[in-house]
Design a protein around this ligand. Sequence first.
Ligand SMILES: Cc1cc2nc3c(=O)[nH]c(=O)nc-3n(C[C@H](O)[C@H](O)[C@H](O)COP(=O)(O)OP(=O)(O)OC[C@H]3O[C@@H](n4cnc5c(N)ncnc54)[C@H](O)[C@@H]3O)c2cc1C
Length: 377
Amino acid sequence: MSRSPQTEAEQNIALLADDKFTEITRVPIWDPEQDDVLVCRQVRQETHDVKTFVFSGREPRAFRFYPGQYMTFELPVEGRVTRCYTISASAARPYRVEITVKRVPGGPGSNWLHDYMIPGKEITVSGPAGEFTTDATTEEKLLFLSAGSGITPMMSMTRTACDLSEPSDLHFIHAARMPSDIIFRDELALLSAQNPSLKLAFTCDTTLASHSWSGYTGRLSLPMLSLMSADFMDRKIFCCGPALFMDGVRNMLKQAGFNMEKYYEESFDFGAETAGTHEEPASVAPEISDQLFRVSFPKTGHVVECGPGMTILSAAREAGLMPVSSCQRGICGTCKSKLLSGRVDMQHGGGIRQREIDQGKILICCSSPLSDIEVEL
Ligand SMILES: Cc1cc2nc3c(=O)[nH]c(=O)nc-3n(C[C@H](O)[C@H](O)[C@H](O)COP(=O)(O)OP(=O)(O)OC[C@H]3O[C@@H](n4cnc5c(N)ncnc54)[C@H](O)[C@@H]3O)c2cc1C
């Protein structure tokens, strides 16, 4: 007869080895309607200005998300700011989520995370949410184009595909300032070595004599892209990076005559135009679309008329108010307010929970009145 397990490691191995295995996988699912606190478990320095933060629930939770989705973090800086971060981890490893954050000079959110988020610290979040996703084990040929911290959604998609089986036919191209700025460089090289269908190419704006560099040098261009991915015209393309990078990619692909219906991008910058990532909030129902409604803000006594399809955020601004807001797409939750009376048409993108809607909360950036309304700002 074998002796009983003594240490924690022995107990875990015993659990895995016997029929209790099913019990340890029956971890409750993270429910975005109920669960909203993550605990930091680990911080990893990826490059000189990029860190990965590993989180799990207070109690064990299994996170269900599509690779490429993000979570929205409420950060206790300057009162409270909300920032979205893509889950960089594999969706096939559901008990932890990871985000990989670049320190933006002067940026309140990223600097707070870098300076104050340490193991044991708790943070309020919502999500996962987002539409920018693909299954990299699909039959379709894929091309990922990323730059800087825009690598995170592609990394989650790649890690997930490698965990589940193997990417079917994936070209992954990443652009960085210098070799030392390439996030996940070693891991990607390893994944590529283990998965022959994952072809990898890096390009750097500049290199120093001290860097041993055998990759491409210079900004991504059409001739360079053709060398890195000869059949790029036949691929479905996913792109994420700074606005200038994505502008350049779009122009390059249009110049090559690429079918832009097979092009998807995610912008990390709410101020920038994006393609294929979100739909504009729908305007109000057509039968009442020519009506004007009174939008009242009782706290300040302001009243303004709201025209067809106009959001309450725009109405508030017209009234001279300056409510806090960020994404203007119903994603980040920054502008959450209480609807005191009346009805609205809210076309949000995951920035509010059903239980909050049930409590009469709305996101004013993506809500238009369907009657006269009163809003608490
Ligand atoms: C859907 C979504 C997913 C995101 N995922 C990630 C992620 O995985 N990793 C990550 O690091 N960031 C990610 N971001 C960006 C992140 O939400 C913050 O905008 C970023 O951390 C900067 O916040 P801040 O408060 O420090 O600076 P802010 O005050 O918000 O920004 C300061 C300035 O820096 C610019 N800027 C913002 N983000 C970046 C960036 N990443 N690189 C260069 N310049 C930037 C802004 O345009 C602004 O001009 C994501 C954003 C969105 C909308």
